[in-house]
Design a protein around this ligand. Structure first.
Ligand code: APR
Length: 229
């Protein structure tokens, strides 16, 4: 049996990482266009670098929570693929073995000339002046608004094979990522775990809602799935 788990910022909220669209959302104080678009980077790379350097520090200091950890247990019974919109590495640090990062990974750097050149970062900062093998400035390995999502097709292929689809902590507002849930087969069991689940999921979508925080909702759902023969 195959389980695909689609996660968003909400799963890391209880690890102390801010979501994007909450009252106290991550963009507060910053204009999205300035820090998360190729145009913003062209205009002011120092500002963009600074924004992600601060976020990277927060990610490195954060720890996986009960929800990330529960998903690791799911691997005892299912073939699990995690498709995350998150740029933190908390799924990997919890122990999940197959994670697709649709929007990149903040702990890595990429060439600003050739996105296929990806590097580990030592410490929390990418410094201005640090360059790739082609001598262009290193930038965060993050997919910005207006950029292609290179792993989308791989994620769709995984989703098409799902017997179970868990959707956790995402407002399902950012495309193409949010469209992923439509690729799960009709017969797949689909569960949305998010405190705002009742407002988010569309009627007739065949998705069961669990309007609960990830740290309590995910362990409950995982325990149930592990019990069923
Ligand atoms: N547990 C579970 N879900 C939670 C929790 C929690 N403790 N706290 C908040 N949430 C839910 C909110 O109800 C909301 O539905 O997390 C969701 C967060 O939504 P967004 O902030 O929109 O984050 P996300 O859906 O991941 O954003 C998608 O947008 O800006 C881009 O690239 C960025 O990957 C990101 C994408």
């Amino acid at each position: 049996m195959k389980a695909v788990v689609f996660t968003g910022a909400g799963i890391s909220a209880e690890s102390g990482l801010k979501t994007f669209r909450g009252d106290d959302g991550l963009w507060e104080g910053y204009n999205v266009e300035d820090v998360a678009t190729p145009e913003g980077w062209q205009k002011n790379p120092e500002l963009v670098q600074h924004f992600y350097n601060i976020r990277r520090k927060a990610v490195l200091e954060a720890q996986p929570n009960a929800a990330h950890k529960a998903l690791v247990k799911l691997e005892n019974k299912f073939q699990v693929t995690i498709v995350t919109q998150n740029i933190d590495d908390l799924h990997e640090r919890a122990g999940s073995t197959k994670v697709i990062h649709l929007h990149g990974l903040i702990t890595k750097a990429q060439s600003s000339l050739d996105p296929s050149l990806i590097y580990d970062i030592e410490g929390a900062e990418i410094k201005m002046g640090a360059v790739c093998a082609k001598n262009s400035q290193l930038r965060p390995h993050v997919v910005w608004f207006g950029e292609p999502v290179p792993l989308m097709q791989k994620a769709i292929d995984e989703c098409r094979k799902a017997d179970i689809l868990l959707i956790i902590g995402t407002s399902l507002q950012v495309y193409p990522a949010a469209g992923l849930v439509n690729f799960a087969p009709y017969h797949a069991q689909k569960i949305l775990i998010d405190p705002a689940a009742d407002e988010l999921s569309q009627k007739g979508s065949g998705i069961q809602n669990l309007a609960e925080r990830a740290s309590t909702g995910v362990p409950k759902v995982v325990d149930q799935l592990l019990k069923v023969k």
